[in-house]
Every structure is written in C-alpha cells, then in structure tokens.
Design a protein around this ligand. Structure first.
Ligand code: CTP
Ligand code: CA
Length: 226
C-alpha cells in the first residue's frame, strides 16, 4: 500500500483544479446543467494538497466538503468559471480541469419566471468559451491536464482534445458506463500524453485515481524542469 501523504513531493507547487458541473440559467428558477458531482475534481484537489501543493479549487454546483488545506472558490456558470480560472491561472504551475463545463448556454436569460403559456418551447443556445483551449493558447511552461468525458470512441476523441487544447495530459473516461463516472466513487481511466503515449489503469476509487494523476504530473514536472 502506497502512503502518499508521507510523500510531500508537490511542496512549493501551485495547482489550480476545477470541479463540478456548470449551470446555465434559463430564467430565475431553471437552468441547463449536467450530471457531474465534482467527486473526481475534489479528489484531485485533496490529493494535491496532501502531497504539499498549494491548491486552489474552483468548483461549480457541488455539495461536497472542501478538502483540508485547499482554497475554494465557488462559481456557477461557465462564464464565471472562465473568469475565476483566468484570475488564478497565471499563478499556477499546473492546471487540472476536471469540471464539466457547459458547451452551450441559453442565448437569453429571462428576468422573470417563464410561464407555460405556449405548446412548444424552443430554447436557443449559444456556445460558451472553451476554458481549457484558452489556457492552451496562452500556456508557457505551465502544465495543462484535461479530462475527456466520452460515450463513444473514447481514445480517438480524447486524442483530438489533446491537440486541440494543447494539453500535456488528458484523463479519458467512459461516461456511458454506470459503474464508474458521474456520482460514483470509482473511475476507470486512460492517460493519454501529448507525445502519443497511453496508459490504461484498472478501475479504482477516485481518491486513488487522483493520486495516480498526481504521480503523472510529478513525472511531467520532472521532465520539464530537469
Ligand atoms: N472544457 C473547458 N471549457 C469548456 C468545455 C470543456 O475547459 N467550455 C474542458 C473540460 O473541463 C475538460 C475538457 O475541456 O477538461 C474536455 O471536456 P469535454 O466535454 O470532454 O470536451 P469538449 O472539448 O467540450 O468536446 P465535446 O463535449 O464536444 O466532446
Ligand atoms: Ca463538452
């Protein structure tokens, strides 16, 4: 059994983690959302803090306790998450984006509760900013880790995201499986690297997946700052 907490191997590193799922308001009482619980991102933040990193956790619509030693920033929408990430990212050595960010938001938000007066209601959605792609455009020595949530062609789709967002590592998981992923305590992931390497892990508790992610981040840091 590895004892990660004894290894303070992230001391002095600043790590930004995002978690949860954004909600995009339709009117004052309704939103467009997704099924992310935030468990994976919270596990990553806790693992990084246990190993000595200075951690900022930007979380959207979660109901989980803030891990010890972590600075938490609560947001709700994709736009709020973008602003918070841009505020904190320049101070971060590593950014790990576990959050499920809405890809679209309602074009308009009604000021008062919409009434059920009509038979068919069409909601016009417009794209949000891809936060990770923005970070990818401006990254220098920073290490960028993304997640890929897929129901089909997991590895092929995840590979495209590494290139498109200029990532160092992507953590790919199959969200069509009900035994892992959303709201569960387990995950089964494949790590894909910018240089094409890939590594599939066994199914395990999200806290252990988080420790495995931090191990890979440490390897990338070691390679970048020899
Ligand atoms: N992401 C982000 N900003 C967005 C959408 C996604 O930062 N507006 C990040 C997520 O936090 C995740 C990664 O991009 O780390 C991949 O998210 P995912 O939804 O799997 O991929 P998308 O690029 O949004 O593509 P699609 O949903 O079409 O598969
Ligand atoms: Ca998406």
């Amino acid at each position: 059994q590895k004892n990660f907490a004894q290894r303070r191997d992230l001391t002095g590193k600043k790590i930004l983690v995002t978690a949860g799922g954004t909600q995009e308001p339709i009117d004052p009482v309704r939103y467009v959302g997704n099924r992310s619980s935030g468990k994976m991102g919270f596990a990553v933040a806790a693992a990084a803090a246990l190993r000595g990193a200075e951690v900022v956790l930007i979380h959207a619509n979660t109901h989980l306790p803030i891990p010890t030693g972590v600075t938490a920033v609560a947001v709700s929408t994709a736009d709020e998450m973008l602003r918070a990430v841009l505020d904190y990212c320049s101070h971060s050595d590593v950014v790990i984006k576990a959050a499920a960010v809405a890809d679209y938001k309602p074009a308009r938000q009604a000021d008062s509760k919409m009434k059920k007066e009509i038979n068919n209601l069409a909601l016009t959605l417009v794209p949000t900013t891809d936060i990770l792609a923005e970070l990818g455009k401006r990254k220098g020595k920073q290490i960028l880790v993304g997640f890929a949530a897929e129901t089909d062609d997991l590895l092929a789709n995840a590979k495209k995201k590494i290139q498109r967002k200029n990532l160092d590592l992507i953590v790919a998981n199959d969200v069509s499986r009900t035994d892992i992923g959303f709201a569960t305590n387990e995950n089964q992931v494949t790590f894909l690297y910018a240089d094409g390497r890939q590594e599939t892990l066994a199914k395990m508790n999200k806290n252990l997946v988080a420790q495995e992610i931090m191990d890979r981040v440490i390897d990338i840091i070691a390679a970048r700052y020899p």
